[in-house]
Design a protein around this ligand. Structure first.
Ligand SMILES: [Zn+2]
Length: 126
């Protein structure tokens, strides 16, 4: 006999993307343009540090997502545009209380990195 009510409550705990409010609330955001690093101290005490180049490769905007999600059905040469490593963050803006918008030296500025996404990324990298 299957107890469906129990199944429902269990599915909550295996949701990896669920964070407490403190885990996705920054106390301090430090963008270092010289070293191209973003450091965030969260309300739960954790400090995350991201290389900005790495953030560009996981840019959450629709265009970049589409590019990354292209189905690779056969072997292909992955082309990196020349000079991609020289693309830097030149400016950033807070989007309300939930995200940071990074502006890059190649003009790309549609990537909105919400705090949940950054926190999930940090968990993935560490
Ligand atoms: Zn993008």
């Amino acid at each position: 006999m299957v107890d469906t009510e129990n199944d429902n409550s269990n599915s909550m705990s295996i949701d990896k993307a669920s964070f407490t409010a403190a885990q996705v609330t920054p106390l301090d955001i430090n963008l270092n343009l010289k070293d191209q690093k973003l450091a965030i101290t969260w309300q739960d005490g954790r400090r995350s540090e991201f290389q900005l180049g790495r953030l560009r490769r996981v840019c959450p905007c629709a265009t970049c997502r589409k590019e990354r999600d292209k189905p690779s059905t056969s072997l292909a040469i992955l082309k990196m545009p020349a000079g991609v490593d020289k693309i830097e963050v030149v400016d950033a803006e807070l989007m309300g209380h939930y995200a940071i918008n990074l502006k890059w030296s190649d003009g790309h500025n549609s990537g909105i990195y919400d705090y949940k996404y950054l926190r999930a990324l940090d968990a993935e990298l560490s």
